[in-house]
Every structure is written in structure tokens, then in C-alpha cells.
Design a binder for this molecule. Structure first.
Ligand SMILES: [Zn+2]
Length: 348
């Protein structure tokens, strides 16, 4: 019976991809010897054949290529009318961005203009220093302060801190936010954000009502030393429920990231940095609500266009699109912007 079955299925098995079948090593490459399976190999192959057939029947046929059926010009999806776009996650380094700070800003804005992005929120200088010394922190933030002067009507920025240097970080908040133009805090990978050294900085963020943008990743093979996951951020946010946190990159593995932050209501996600995968923004809207999603790109590491596509190609109402592109980050910045615009700014 086994032989009869083998003969009847051999032609089908022969057409399957190599990965679906197991063959004996060093066998002759004749038709008959290729079919010389052991009983165990045959059963494994037959089971995979069943799965393969089921998969094939479940996959709808590819639609014809557009060029075969339609000669009209390609229309890139546009935001709904009247929507302003703010990018909450932009750098002065990475990609091919080079030159002076002024040249970098002008190039970023050239591409932002092309893609209809009105405001960019900058953080960190041209160099990516994972564990900056107090001096390096000042250099990083000085580069951003210089950038702000190039186009103050188009740029905002977050102060870069290293919680391993508490006093230096507190001083940077005073220098760049209280007495300077910056409007939030950026934390990267110096130390996992669930660690206690962050607490004094978060208490200051609460006093000043500053949003905190924390890089997060679920990295395949394990995170870098000091790199936070969305779960780390949930721990931090639970300890500081009045501070508003932005989970940068949604952990890159966005399905896990969305689930991780879902119960912690003082966390927003930024959708920057990953490939423009279909379903990301739709899932985030379903699980978190569009009011907890913030548009960001990670430019120039990622293109503006690829990140815009995540929102523009998603099935969203105009109201949800407006919230993601502008209103949510605007609401997070409202308290600190109001403080800066107040007639007699307090210094505490
Ligand atoms: Zn980034």
C-alpha cells in the first residue's frame, strides 16, 4: 500500500520546492532514485503536501499588474484637505545627510516641503553617541540649538539627556528648555528606561510638563545594552503617571509594541523608523485609538515618503488622520508651548 501511494503521489511531490521535501544525501540524480524516500520522509512530505495544497488554494491569485490595465498617471495618496503634518522624530545625522548644520537643515526642509510636511521636531546632533559624556551632551544639544536658528518657524526640538549623568542632564534641561527653546526630552540607549536613575529626570519633566520621547525596540536576538523595550517604558510610565511618554518606533516590532503599551494610557506611540508595512496604523488605531498615535519618520535615516505612506495608505477617517499628523503631538506640547508664550515665563 505504501508503494502504491508513493507511486501515485511521486509526480506531485517532484514539483514541490526543495524545502518541502527530504531526500537522502549523495543519492543518484535519476528520476527513480529521487523518489527513493524512506517511509518517515514520505509521510513528512505528504503532510507538507497537504499543507502546501491548502495554502495554495487559500491564496487569491495576484491581480494583474497596473501597467497592463491602466495607463492613467500614478496618484500618490494625499492627506485630507486642511491637514497640517508635523514630524515628531527627525535627526540631524544619518542617511546621506552631510555638511554644516545649516546645510543639513536646508536639505531636510527641501524634502519636507516636497512631501508637504510643515514642522519637524529635531533631537540629537549629527553624531549618534549612545552613552554621551556631559561634554558630548552639550555638543549634541548645541548642534540642535544652532539648527533651530536656521528655521525657527519650521523646527521644534527635544533636549537629549543621559540619565547616567544626572546633574549634567538636569543642567541641560535648565539650559535648553527652561532658558532655551526646546520643548521636550529625548532619551536613547544609554540606559534602560525602567532603571531608577531616570526618576529624578521624570520628576523634572512632570514639573515642566514636558513630553518624553524614548527610543524603544524589540530587537531580534536581544536588545543592545541599555536599549529599552516598550515593556521597559511601561514600567517607567507607571511610576510617573502624570508624564506623557512617546514610545519611539513602537518597538519596531509594532504588533508587540502596540500590545505592550496598550494598558498604559500615558504612553503614545510614534510610528517612525520601520518599513511602511500595511496594517500597522490600522492595528494601532483599533487597539489604542487614533488619539494615541503620533506621526514621525526618523528622517534622514528613513525617507519622509516611506513613513507618510503608513498613514496615507491606511484606511483612516479624515479626523483620525488629522489627529495622527498634527493634533496629538500638538496636545502633548500645549503646556510647554503655553509656558514659553506666557508674558512672564517662570524659571522653575
Ligand atoms: Zn531616531
Amino acid at each position: 500500500m505504501f508503494d502504491a501511494l508513493r507511486r501515485s503521489t511521486a509526480p506531485m511531490l517532484h514539483g514541490l520546492p526543495w524545502c518541502c521535501l527530504s531526500r537522502k544525501k549523495n543519492q543518484d540524480r535519476t528520476e527513480s532514485s529521487q523518489m527513493d524516500f524512506s517511509r518517515r520522509q514520505w509521510l513528512a512530505g505528504a503532510m507538507q503536501l497537504g499543507a502546501w495544497t491548502a495554502i495554495q488554494s487559500a491564496i487569491p491569485p495576484f491581480p494583474p499588474l497596473r501597467a497592463e490595465t491602466d495607463s492613467s498617471p500614478v496618484v500618490f495618496p494625499q492627506p485630507a484637505p486642511g491637514i497640517e503634518i508635523w514630524d515628531a522624530h527627525v535627526h540631524l545625522g544619518g542617511g546621506n545627510l552631510q555638511g554644516t548644520i545649516g546645510e543639513r537643515v536646508r536639505l531636510l526642509l527641501k524634502y519636507a516641503d516636497r512631501m508637504g510636511i510643515r514642522r519637524l521636531i529635531l533631537c540629537m546632533g549629527p553624531k549618534f553617541e549612545a552613552d554621551p559624556s556631559p561634554e558630548q551632551l552639550r555638543e549634541q544639544n548645541n548642534a540642535v540649538l544652532e539648527a533651530l536658528q536656521v528655521a525657527p518657524d519650521r523646527l521644534l526640538s527635544f533636549v537629549y539627556l543621559n540619565p547616567k549623568h544626572l546633574e549634567a542632564s538636569l543642567q541641560e534641561i535648565e539650559r535648553c528648555v527652561v532658558h532655551g527653546p526646546m520643548v521636550g526630552i529625548k532619551l536613547w540607549i544609554a540606559i534602560r528606561c525602567s532603571e531608577p536613575p531616570l526618576d529624578p529626570l521624570m520628576r523634572r519633566a512632570e514639573e515642566l510638563r514636558l513630553p518624553v520621547l524614548q527610543h524603544t525596540f524589540f530587537r531580534q536576538g536581544g536588545n543592545l545594552p541599555g536599549e529599552s523595550s516598550p515593556e521597559d517604558l511601561v514600567q517607567l510610565a507607571a511610576r510617573h503617571p502624570k508624564v506623557k511618554f512617546i514610545c519611539a518606533h513602537t518597538g519596531a516590532d509594532w504588533e508587540r509594541g502596540i500590545r505592550a503599551v496598550r494598558p498604559q494610557k500615558n504612553i503614545w506611540i510614534d510610528i517612525s523608523g520601520s518599513d511602511p508595512t500595511s496594517g500597522f496604523v490600522e492595528m494601532a488605531t483599533r487597539e489604542l485609538g487614533s488619539d494615541r498615535i503620533i506621526f514621525g519618520t526618523d528622517a534622514p535615516i528613513r525617507s519622509f515618503a516611506s513613513q507618510l505612506a503608513k498613514v496615507l495608505a491606511a484606511r483612516l477617517t479624515p479626523e483620525a488622520q488629522k489627529a495622527i499628523f498634527r493634533d496629538n503631538i500638538g496636545r502633548l506640547l500645549e503646556p510647554i508651548l503655553a509656558r514659553k508664550l506666557a508674558p512672564s515665563p517662570a524659571s522653575s
